[in-house]
Design a binder for this molecule. Structure first.
Ligand code: AMP
Length: 220
């Protein structure tokens, strides 16, 4: 399957993506994670991306599209992938379409995770992520680690992302509304969008997501 996950920052895309990718045996491709890996390795791409990310803005398409394409061309993505955070504007969606068309491939679904805005701000302000594995995500109120600052799953150090401060989150939401939301209309026109209310426990949302991805009775 080839799936795109969309939703505002804090919708739980990363959490759901990690689960879905495992369940469907496809790689989870997160452009945010790819940028963060470049930042920690201090590559030129990481240095360039950091200033945009810290401001809550999108990294320019010229570098983002190439990076996503390189990752999607790796052998493990041959039979499918789950894209998390890409595409994030209509030109990236068009570039993805073009890339898939040239390989005679197509997307199967665009999963749109919906969350009320104030919930997003609360979720992000308390979010803490493991340095060793970014799929290990905690929250200071909703999902506390047993030991403060330490990942329950692997013992890695928990940290707050530089772009998770409240001021940056407001910019990221604004960017989401103006640049990313239009891609849902773009994909709706192709009949690909499946909307899931991403509220309740992680398990509740996962159940709804799996249900939403099941083929209809007529096999679509
Ligand atoms: P995320 O981890 O998906 O929340 O992404 C964190 C940040 O990385 C975003 O706020 C952007 O600055 C940058 N980023 C991630 N994916 C993209 C993309 N597809 N296009 C442009 N910038 C991106």
């Amino acid at each position: 399957m080839r799936i795109v996950l969309v939703g505002p920052p804090g919708a739980g895309k990363g959490t759901q993506a990690a689960f879905l990718a495992k369940n469907l045996s496809i790689p989870h491709i997160s452009t945010g994670d790819l940028f963060r890996a470049n930042i920690s390795q201090q590559t030129w791409l990481g240095k360039l991306a950091k200033s945009y990310m810290d401001a809550g803005d999108l990294v320019p398409d010229e570098v983002t599209i190439g990076m996503a394409k390189d990752r999607m061309e790796k052998p493990d993505a041959e039979n499918g992938f789950l894209l998390d955070g890409f595409p994030r504007n209509v030109s990236q969606a068009e570039a993805l379409d073009e890339m898939l068309r040239s390989e005679s491939m197509k997307l199967d679904a665009v999963l749109d995770l919906e969350v009320p805005e104030e919930e997003v701000v609360k979720r992000i302000a308390g979010r803490r992520i493991c340095r060793k594995d970014s799929s290990h995500v905690f929250h200071l109120t909703y999902s506390k680690p047993k030991k403060e600052g330490v990942c329950d799953a692997c013992g890695g150090e928990l940290y707050q992302r530089d772009d998770d401060s409240e001021a940056t989150v407001r910019t990221r939401l604004e960017v989401y509304h103006t640049q990313t939301e239009p891609i849902t209309d773009y994909y709706k026109a192709h009949g690909l969008v499946v909307t899931v209310a991403a509220v309740g426990t992680v398990e509740d949302v996962t159940t709804c997501v799996m249900e939403a991805l099941k083929p209809d009775e007529d096999g679509k």
